[in-house]
Design a protein around this ligand. Structure first.
Ligand code: NAP
Length: 331
């Protein structure tokens, strides 16, 4: 492997730009190449983020022998196709969330990577953030007691012009796979895989979920309530409640912007728990981790494992089935 991990980016949209910008904080990373469906878009992106090469097709990008790992940043309805394209061309992959539309697709992607002995990880960036780590330590240390409930909401009204991927079923549109996934991830990080699921949704004009509410139930009596919406601006926060104390992760609970409020007593004994503050958007943590995995010759992250991805996809599948959220690739 070269001096630095050589990154390629597939799809030059919104999140790709944030990720490219954050690579500047990873000392062991270099943005080598970017690929877009449109050459001028790739050229402009490459210029802005000082990538050495730009390609007007994803096929050209995956054939670049100077690239070690590709960040797949297309809409989730296309992740299956684009991850397989990378793997067929011997590339390690970091793939944006939602990893796939359903667990079947996720399995196929993981099996393909395993067959070729290539690294593949879902870009669930929250799991690599300092505030998330602090919350996990607090729970492990028993600061909250036994966790009895998790309440999470994530909602915003998409701003115009609205990206096609938000409502287009072919691209995996709808709240659950786009933002509800963070709610599910947070609930499962604290309580694990649910034993039973109830869910309902409001369809948008395209049939995907404009709002979705789900209850995740556990045999020990714990409950997680999650809600996602594209039709109202919500607090977008997470409450983790134990029988001793509770934590509130404030606005954008899944991001480095969220403060950790700890309430050891009822009703109002708020303590703000400190954690490492960062420059950038926060995507450099996952990027550094991928670099470390590649240096060690790993094909799977020990932090965001394939089993984690499959289990998250399984619960998303079950919530969608209960709520009646269906995509053509489900059959
Ligand atoms: N981790 C996070 O915080 C975070 C935040 C936002 C989004 N995401 C995830 O990242 C992925 C991309 O989201 P985004 O907000 O970056 O989306 P976006 O701005 O719409 O960009 C997606 C890019 O995918 C490419 N693409 C290929 N085929 C396409 C098609 N048929 N329609 C639309 N775009 C197509 C386009 O790039 P070219 O034109 O250059 O080919 C487009 O710019 C999604 O899976 C989303 O869930 C993650």
């Amino acid at each position: 492997m070269n001096n630095k991990i050589r990154w390629g980016i597939l799809g030059c949209g919104n999140i790709a730009a944030k990720f490219a910008s954050d690579l500047q904080y990873v000392s062991d990373a270099e943005l080598v190449a970017v690929g877009s469906r449109h050459r001028p878009v790739a050229d402009e992106f490459a210029k802005k983020f000082s990538a050495r090469v730009s390609y007007g097709s994803y096929e050209d990008l995956v054939n670049d022998h100077e690239v070690d790992v590709i960040y797949v940043a297309t809409p989730h309805g296309l992740h299956h196709e684009h991850v397989l394209l990378c793997i067929e061309n011997e590339k390690a992959v970091l793939c944006e969330k939602a990893f796939a539309i359903n667990q079947r697709q996720a399995k196929e992607m993981i099996d393909a990577a395993k067959k070729k002995n290539l690294f593949l990880m879902e870009a669930l960036w929250t799991k690599f953030l300092p505030n998330y780590a602090v919350v996990q330590q607090m729970i492990k240390a028993g600061k909250l007691g036994e966790i009895r409930s998790v309440l999470v909401n994530f909602g915003f009204i998409p701003k115009k012009p609205i990206a096609a991927r938000i409502y287009d079923p072919k691209l995996g549109g709808g709240t659950m796979l786009d933002i509800g996934i963070y709610n599910v991830f947070m609930a499962m990080s604290v309580l694990g895989k649910p034993d039973a699921i109830e869910a309902s949704m409001t369809p948008s004009s395209t049939g995907v979920d404009e709002q979705c509410a789900a209850t995740l139930k556990y045999n020990n009596g714990a409950i997680a309530q999650i809600f996602s919406s594209f039709s109202s601006n919500l607090a977008t926060e997470a409450h983790i409640n134990g029988d001793k104390a509770r934590i509130r992760l404030t606005h954008r609970f899944y991001s480095p912007a969220a403060e950790i409020e700890f309430y050891p007593d009822y009703p109002d004994s708020k303590q703000i728990i400190p954690f490492e503050k960062i420059d950038g958007f926060g995507y450099h943590y996952e990027a550094s981790h991928v670099g470390e995995c590649l240096r060690k010759g790993l094909t799977e992250s020990p932090v965001m494992t394939h089993a984690d991805t499959l289990s998250l996809m399984e619960v998303l599948d079950k919530i969608r089935a209960a709520a009646g959220i269906h995509y053509d690739v489900d059959v």
